[in-house]
Design a protein around this ligand. Structure first.
Ligand SMILES: [Zn+2]
Length: 718
């Protein structure tokens, strides 16, 4: 079979096989057990399997082993064989199981009826000194058994083996998904396929793909970006997803967030507000016609999908054109919304797919919820609520999400409060809230719900995600989703936030781990597993520490520097802010202090990452992105210091520093080009370089020319 697996190999730890050695395997197993004290030998698997029994001894994988499988499991057998070759250099033949006993020393994969109650993704994996037996009711279960098996393999010093054990495993949540947003940072096709392959390692079975202008629409070529995927590539993506047991949910916005369409003059007549590109007029029949034409093309290329996401969020201009105003007076903005969305939903249902929509417009207009087409699936997005800070929740009253606490509770409209307050109430309310009330509300109204926390969103820097708020948000949202019978979870990942994908994996693995087994909550234990599974690293807590240091560090910069007060914090590019603003806010002194602190901490983070690098066995690219982040924070922090120095009239020092920053930009730009070029198409690499350095370059030049002219303050120099 010609498998469409990507050519990117994320492993670099192939082993030269040597004769079996009891001493070596004991030593490796011992270190392995010490790493995860008090746990069984499957303790390092992500997601954590449901039931594990330790056995005695180990099973050695060698080229004399074979993979034995029934005809209907040939793709899975092929997948395992290819993975063993790529990761460990093993070449195991595949043989079809015949009527006879499969014999010892092999990997045997078979369908079974015994686990059918645990769902189509369940499996039993038995390893003993004589061989490996993998059984599952469906090929998906076999595939997940293979992923577990691959994670259990220990390799080193010429030995490749697995500990003896028996695992019985099944997922808690049926849908375990991640959002791939192609709006910005367009990945290379090989890298995109590599993302899917690595998601499957953690048993992610759904990707929500937001194509925007990256889909090759034939009926409307004007809106297609030159960076769009081709028809052939999308077909290849479908084949890969099927092989990896991943279901694609395409997302096509049906009302708001259609700037990529309405910014073209050909489509200007569809705008709700003439000078605003963001939203269609729902009463213009051509809006629906356009959506349907685009959706039909997506469905044609994705014939096997079950779900189709129609967006429908943040339609803030609703009811503004004269026709919509009149209609809204009659049936309300909520009525306007639900009539339009129902028509869209019915179209998707007629294509044999289930429509999915974001929940916020319904949360703002709860009076129309009972009028929504019942087969629609609600995707409840909440990126900030978390059970370690139960004094706040995210709600949708005016515009997109707002955070409410006891203090601003009175600002919530009566319409929203009267419906949702019962869902917020708990013991201690309003000092604390019952979280994720929308999931419970929509379940009560009889809808299927998908929980959508976030791994990359507004509030993250452009360098690394702020795990401090993502991880508790993801964990507590999944816990509620599992408890109230949600369909599943899709972790959103907004590319416009510009945090590179390679820095997201801790959050993604955390999402996958909880969606499969929500009852596992030990964060430190999880981080140790992640180090082992993702980086192939042992004893490298430095990496995680550096990650937290960085995510905290940049968050600190965002929230504590004056630039943020202007609301431009998401990219954290302090260099765009003018020193006049700095002067107004009186924060030169603060800039200096924060700058020195950040210099020290980013140097520390970089040192930790650099010392970990030689011991990392796989996914080194991710580590390199963290190193890049540390270098960038180090660089940007020194610009803060330069401002502080100018304020203190330490002219010469400031000049020296600014000049060296200017020189450094050339080096950083070049390094960044090579690193980003491994994951993004060249046009996006250039855009990233421009966004991150051009404003800064101008600012430095301006400051330098002021310093050489020597007046007392840059603002007075102009
Ligand atoms: Zn209108």
């Amino acid at each position: 079979m010609n498998t469409p697996l990507p050519n990117l190999v994320f492993w670099d730890s192939r082993v030269q096989l040597k004769p079996k050695s009891f001493l070596i395997e004991e030593r490796i197993l011992k270190t392995y057990r010490q790493m995860i004290p008090g746990e069984h030998t499957a303790g390092s698997v992500i997601p954590q399997p449901k039931e594990v029994q330790n056995g005695e001894g180990v099973f050695h994988l060698q080229n004399s082993c074979a993979i034995l499988a029934g005809q209907e499991l040939s793709e899975e057998a092929e997948f395992l064989s290819r993975q063993l070759a790529d990761r460990f250099g093993l070449k195991l033949p595949i043989r079809e199981i015949s009527g006879h006993s499969p014999g010892r020393g092999n990997i045997v994969m078979e369908r079974t009826k015994s686990l059918e109650d645990c769902g189509y993704e369940s499996y039993i994996l038995q390893v003993d000194i004589d061989g490996i037996q993998l059984e599952a009711p469906q090929p998906a279960g076999i595939f997940y058994g293979i992923q577990t098996l691959l994670q259990l393999i220990q390799a080193g010093e010429g030995q490749i083996f697995l500990p003896a054990l028996e695992i019985t495993d099944w997922p808690t949540l049926q849908m375990r998904g991640v959002h791939i947003d192609l709006k910005a940072q367009m990945p290379t096709f090989e890298y995109l396929k590599g993302i899917l392959q690595r998601l499957a390692e953690y048993k992610i079975n759904t990707v929500l793909i937001e194509y925007e202008d990256k889909f090759p629409y034939q009926s409307h070529p004007k809106i297609v970006s030159p960076l769009a995927l081709s028809w052939e590539q999308i077909k290849e993506l479908n084949d890969l997803a099927r092989l990896l047991h991943i279901e694609i949910i395409p997302l096509l916005q049906s009302l708001g967030h259609v700037e990529y369409i309405l910014s073209h003059s050909e489509y200007a007549h569809l705008r709700e507000v003439p000078n605003d590109f963001s939203q269609y007029c729902p009463l213009n029949p051509e809006s629906q016609r356009l959506f349907k034409e685009l959706a039909a093309e997506i469905i044609e290329l994705h014939p096997d999908i079950q779900f189709f996401h129609i967006g429908g969020d943040e339609a803030d201009s609703l009811g503004q054109c004269p026709r919509c105003q009149a209609k809204a007076r009659e049936i309300g903005k909520g009525g306007l919304y639900v009539e339009y969305i129902n028509e869209i939903c019915r179209f998707i249902l007629n294509q044999g797919k289930r429509p999915v929509l974001w929940h916020d417009m319904l949360a703002r207009n709860p009076e129309v919820v009972d009028h929504l087409v019942h087969d629609a699936v609600i995707m409840d997005w909440d990126y900030y609520s978390r059970d370690d800070e139960p004094f706040k929740i995210q709600i949708y009253d005016k515009g997109g999400g707002q955070i409410i606490t006891k203090e601003n509770l009175s600002e919530v409209s009566e319409k929203v409060r009267s419906v949702f307050e019962p869902y917020w109430k708990c013991e201690g309310y309003p000092d604390r809230f019952n979280l994720f009330g929308y999931t419970r509300f929509f379940k009560d109204r009889g809808f299927d719900v998908i929980a959508a926390p976030s791994v990359r969103v507004d509030g993250d820097s452009g360098y690394s995600p702020t795990f401090e708020f993502h991880l508790p948000n993801i964990r507590s949202f999944i816990e509620v989703a599992a408890r109230y019978g949600a369909l599943g979870v899709v972790a959103t990942s907004w590319a416009v936030r510009r945090t590179p994908w390679e820095t997201l994996w801790l959050g993604i693995a955390w999402t996958a781990g909880h969606a499969w087994s929500p009852e596992i909550t030990d964060r430190q234990g999880f981080e140790r597993k992640f180090l082992q599974q993702f980086y192939g690293a042992e004893d490298q807590t430095g990496i995680i520490e550096a990650k937290y240091l960085l995510s905290k560090l940049v968050a600190t910069a965002i929230y504590r520097t004056p630039y943020n007060e202007q609301g431009h914090y998401w990219g954290w590019e302090p260099c765009y802010r003018s020193s006049a603003e700095l002067k107004e806010t009186g924060n030169f002194e603060k800039a200096l202090k924060v700058g020195y602190e950040m210099v020290e901490q980013s140097e520390r983070a970089l040192a930790m990452l650099e010392s970990a690098e030689p011991r990392v066995k796989r996914n080194r690219l991710s580590l390199q992105f963290y190193q890049w982040a540390a270098r960038m924070v180090y660089h940007k922090s020194r610009l803060l210091i330069a401002w502080g120095l100018i304020d203190q009239a330490r002219k010469e020092k400031a000049q020296q520093l600014l000049q060296s920053l200017l020189d450094e930009i050339l080096v950083l730009r070049d390094q960044m080009g090579r690193l980003f070029g491994q994951i993004m198409v060249p046009e996006e690499v250039e855009r990233e370089q421009m966004l991150r350095f051009e404003g800064e370059q101008e600012e430095i030049k301006r400051l330098l020319s002021y310093l050489y002219r020597n007046p007392p303050h840059p603002d007075e120099a102009e």
